[in-house]
Design a protein around this ligand. Structure first.
Ligand SMILES: *Cc1c(COP(=O)(O)O)cnc(C)c1O
Length: 379
């Protein structure tokens, strides 16, 4: 337990002896590179956990997003509609695939793409919708699906933060044609770095599997056949592999996922209570038909209070905090964009406070008390 002078971290991985033991086992096996037996085991288990038929482990979520767009056939000249409020890995992947991200404004309550905004942006060049589960809570996938079907588009879920989340009793990852996850240290389950691409479509995952290992079938699966196959390169692929060392960590993290999500949920409940009556602060919304994995707990601070003032004062008192995530359309890399008022507003007013599975009740209460004190003093 921390004393009151220690800083409370904004995010923190939950890893320990079991992960170390799994890593030791991979060391003994001799297969440390990616796309080996431990990755294969993780992929099968991760597909099952996300309610999909096929999974590919990747170096990170950015590479999974890029591979997904490539296997969906995205090409220069194409437009992809992207939920605006996200870490810009989402928009970057579209640019890297040579296409144009067209950003859609978001719902003011859950911050994922507003279905009406998405539909209004469709042009003859639109090929698909890349929707983000913001802070892990899934967006409106039944509505996105209806729009995609009506206009002949594909649907891709940026589920970077969404491991363990649900939408109408379906797991995140199973809500679109493809979904990409992140196992970065700030996400709910982590190997430090890492990612995955999941889908019911074997053709998409098997094409991505080749592209993620320089354009050929991985050495491990080649080596398991009773012949000497000489690979032939038809496409210039990449090395976007997760290593088997990381996959070993992920196998343990996947076992822990229900407990880690439960721990984050109880932190969220305690915060909700602490801030329920606090003027100037709005707590994050969890819709009744979704299971929120609470990758982040983000408060919306009243304009007159000043988010930055609140943040600096909290840091001064040992509470780590930060802005929420990014309004993509305001990032110069994407050039001149149409104004998106909801996303721009929350980008200025959001404040993420400590959220991870290691927080004690005492620490959560200290965060709650400190936020209340700071907000009251600055009001
Ligand atoms: C973290 C994050 C990413 C990037 O994940 P990496 O594994 O770091 O590539 C992409 N999209 C969203 C929504 C994220 O939160």
């Amino acid at each position: 337990m921390s004393t009151s002078s220690e800083t409370i971290a904004l995010g923190q991985p939950t890893v320990g002896d079991e992960e170390l033991a799994a890593v030791a086992e991979v060391f003994r096996s001799g297969w440390l590179a990616g796309a080996g037996p431990t990755c294969r085991m993780f992929e099968e288990r991760f597909a099952a956990a996300t309610g999909t038929a096929h999974a590919l482990s990747t170096s990170n979520c950015g590479s999974a997003l890029y591979l997904g767009l490539r296997v969906l056939g995205v090409r220069p000249g194409d437009e992809v509609i992207v939920g605006d409020y996200t870490f810009p890995a989402t928009g970057h992947a579209v640019l890297q695939a040579g296409a144009t991200p067209v950003f859609a404004d978001v719902r003011p309550d859950i911050w994922s793409a507003d279905p009406a905004a998405v539909e209004a942006l469709i042009t003859p060049r639109t090929v698909g919708i890349l929707a983000v589960d913001v802070a892990g809570q899934p967006g409106d996938f039944d509505e996105y699906r209806a729009i995609a079907d009506k206009h002949g588009l594909w649907l891709f879920e940026d589920a970077a933060c969404a491991a363990g989340a649900t939408y109408r009793d379906r797991p995140a990852g199973s809500l679109a044609d493809l979904a990409a996850f992140s196992f970065h240290g700030r996400k709910g389950i982590t190997a430090g770095e890492g990612g995955a691409l999941v889908s019911d479509r074997e053709d998409l995952i098997e094409h991505a599997r080749k592209l993620h290992t320089y354009g050929i079938e991985p050495a491990f699966s080649r080596g398991t056949r009773g012949e000497l196959p000489i690979p032939v390169f038809h496409e210039a692929g990449y090395n976007f592999r997760l290593s088997d060392v990381q996959a070993a960590i992920m196998n343990v993290q996947l076992d822990r996922l229900p407990d880690l999500v439960a721990a984050r949920r109880s932190v969220a409940r305690r915060y909700h209570q602490a801030f329920a009556e606090l003027d100037g602060v709005r707590v994050p919304v969890e819709l009744p038909d979704r299971g929120h994995p609470w990758q982040a707990y983000i408060l919306t601070i009243a304009e007159e209070l000043g988010r930055d003032r609140v943040a600096l004062e909290l840091r001064e008192r040992g509470i780590q905090c930060n802005f929420g995530t990014y309004a993509s359309h305001l990032q110069p890399v994407y050039g001149e964009q149409r104004p998106l008022p909801v996303s721009a507003d929350i980008f200025r007013r959001h404040l993420a406070i400590p959220m991870h599975a290691n927080l004690t009740e005492h620490e959560v209460d200290r965060v709650g008390d400190t936020v209340r004190a700071v907000v009251t003093e600055l009001s």
